[in-house]
Design a protein around this ligand. Sequence first.
Ligand SMILES: Cc1cc2nc3c(=O)[nH]c(=O)nc-3n(C[C@H](O)[C@H](O)[C@H](O)COP(=O)(O)OP(=O)(O)OC[C@H]3O[C@@H](n4cnc5c(N)ncnc54)[C@H](O)[C@@H]3O)c2cc1C
Length: 459
Amino acid sequence: MMINKNILLELKRTFGDRLIIDKSSLYVYASDAMCEFRTLPAAVVFPKTTEEVAKLIKIAYEHEIPIYPRGGGTSLSGASMVLDSQGIVVSFTKMNRLLNVYLKDLQALAEAGITIDELNLHLSQYGVFFPPDPASSPAATLGGCIAMNSGGVRAIKYGVVRNWILGLELVLPNGKVIRTGMGVFKRVAGYDLTQLIIGSEGTLALITKALIKLAPIPKYKVAMYGFFESERIAAETIYDLIISGIDLTAAEFLDRVTLRALGGFMGFKYTGNAMVLIEISGNDADFLKRELERAKRIFKEHKALEIKESKNEEEYLAIWKIRKGAAPALASLKPKYLVLDPTVPISKVPDLVEMINRICEKYGIICGTFGHMGDGNVHPNLLYDPRDKDEIERMKKAAHEIMIETIRMGGTISGEHGIGIEKAGLFKKEVGELYEVLQQLKKLFDPKNILNPGKIFIK
Ligand SMILES: Cc1cc2nc3c(=O)[nH]c(=O)nc-3n(C[C@H](O)[C@H](O)[C@H](O)COP(=O)(O)OP(=O)(O)OC[C@H]3O[C@@H](n4cnc5c(N)ncnc54)[C@H](O)[C@@H]3O)c2cc1C
């Protein structure tokens, strides 16, 4: 359906100057961090209340206008991308309040548009935090992270967003406002709608508020890294750390291409061909020291070429700066990169890295791989020049083959960034006969297909 003058007038009445229709401003909302396609929406609105969200969706439902929910727009799979020029982007950035902290129960209620960093900044004064930590936390919103079920470096200890959401306030495509879940840590009363919405990529309902679970901020933390002769040895080191039951807060991996890029980008001095970075945290200094010694022993058993641990906050931050520099360092090697998020059972991680390198070599694509290896999840960054059509083709073939091989290894094509539009073509291959059941669920929630159409499922 086309957006006509009457619909625009109705939107103007509801949103006033929180409605954008001028072309130059619309550009900002056309794409997301995947940056592949660019379709301008017809309008962007910035609701401040759940009632305004409900009003918008009722208009959209009546006139069958596509709605594209948007938080920080940091999706790497094109999940927040506009696909229809008659669509409306609903930006949650003005619904960004922490509404209540229930400290005694380790819970808080927040609006969907608050960024993860803002949320944790507010929470820090109470000595608590929301543990899921995507690297995009300065811009990624709570609603966006719930819609994508995001993870991060701490997922090995704390799990992903799914593990920290107790309930949701939702606006359904027909405008009905519902609340799921409640403020208890265990509940098995009937179907779990909260968990169904988490990871649904804005295709089932709009999230307006979330009741989240909190954790006390640990008193002590230490970061440690070591270099290894090969990627396989580094991967085996991480596997042994996990199997030994060490209380890891993070277990990260960087390959030789990433190390070389970091050397050029920020003058990072390294040796060997791969790096393992871990964090251990807790409230008992002696326990932490013992765990660190155990980890060091495992590093040495795998002939770590050099080991460095943080002795204070400054050194701790300096170590993490290396890991945080990995993506920008790789981005400096070529004009563009496609980042994937294959995830396999932890025993298969050493094979995963070798498979990625073998495929990229076959297609002549430079690939730097780093990531949350402790969860079986790595990020191959396939570097390319968008002006080189042949290289784009080879890059796409390599990406496709990596995902197919990941499925063959018993893994998933997405451990972090979601399906979006990027992986919609392969999603059916991963889920098989479940695909139809999932499509039926989508139809039940959104019979007119107005919520983020074209995402997850191919049109
Ligand atoms: C530099 C960088 C680092 C990253 N690191 C990580 C990482 O470590 N771990 C990780 O998991 N991901 C990571 N990502 C991916 C991305 O940040 C996450 O997917 C994040 O959750 C997206 O949040 P957002 O607010 O930007 O959502 P958006 O990109 O705006 O939207 C993402 C999806 O959520 C939907 N959505 C947004 N808000 C709502 C709402 N209120 N209701 C319903 N649906 C909604 C959108 O329609 C879309 O489908 C990274 C991205 C970048 C650019």
